[in-house]
Design a protein around this ligand. Sequence first.
Ligand code: ADP
Ligand code: MG
Length: 403
Amino acid sequence: MIMVQKFGGTSLTDEHSRQHVLRHISREREAGKRVVVVVSAMGRRGEPYATDTLLELIGGNSLPDREKDLLLSCGEIISAAKMCSLLNQEGIPCVALTGGQAGILTDGRFGSARISKVDPARILEHLAEDKVVIVAGFQGVTEDGETTTLGRGGSDTSATALGAALGASIVDIYTDVDGILTADPRLVGDARPLPFVTYEEICNMAYNGAKVIHPRAVEVAMRAGIPVRVRSTFSDNEGTLVTSAEHVRGRIGWTDRTVTGLAHVKGVTQLSVETRGGPPDLQLRVFRAMAQNSISVDFINVTPAEVLFTVSQTDEELAVRLLHEMGFDPRILSGCAKVSVIGGGMNGEPGVMARIVEALTTKNITILQSADSNTTIWVLVAEDDMANALQALHTAFGLHQAS
Ligand code: ADP
Ligand code: MG
């Protein structure tokens, strides 16, 4: 049975954490698993081999994207070599591979490449030799042999793509928290680990800002039908099992939860353009200009009186300039945050919005805008209100209590 284990940056940061990593690898190996280990770069910004530290080596924009990917790919390679040496010291046979050597092929979009194909032949050979195969995450190679990186959270995708290609029985994502929690534990003190979530639920949480796992990684696992576990490097708790709704229902007779968890995104700017006095095709012109400049818009609300939407703070300047150039005078509200209430079973359940409004207004939090789908209700609040909003909603939906 093949198993993929992925270890994130904080799990590899120092000797102490790397000993935990070793423990998980040898435990599974002793249990008879063939183990493929995917590693991120060691540590976070400021630490010697972390991705951000490598970037700081180069000032400004002097490095073309191709060469930047060469630089960035080094962090994971160093990590793979380091783990290889630790396993050797323990007498565990192993081999370290770059993403390309591991058979991860990508397109040529440097900095945000997509995996096009995985050829697992070389990994399978090494596994047959009874070796632990350590793969540098976050990277691949193009058909032309160019090194590419997959963008933030890319190691998660390396792990699930390898899991899919190898037909792994499970992909374990090891990190610094006890699994997928009902909200970001850095903001909600009593956030609780969920024993299981469906692919859809976690994908939705991840797309709405829960950084614990990359949404693309979840999609890859979902398509291949491979279960994923998100769990802590620093304990033996099994964390959160991510699998299909059918699987979960079959096992424990579960029905969709109204609210599974909360997620948030900071750095959102709300823009509104008054329709009165403007040209008849104002709405079309606004959204066409945003699209032509690759500005993604959210919280769209078109009424006869105004066009209201949000953009990421990083796009604010450009968006405002485009609106001014068209002769519009937008109202700009910077410093907003999007808070998402996510649950597979909220569809058709009455009163969810009422509970959200009640929870927020009781805390004097203004809802600047809202939107909903069949699995999510989004509210826009001031960034300063975000943490309070998360805590209030978490309590209102009883997420701190075990289900
Ligand atoms: P790694 O280096 O292991 O990839 P990440 O920083 O990418 O770690 O992801 C783990 C972090 O995700 C946690 O430390 C936690 O603060 C954050 N996080 C945000 N939302 C959630 C959530 N719903 N459940 C668990 N962790 C979350
Ligand atoms: Mg991560």
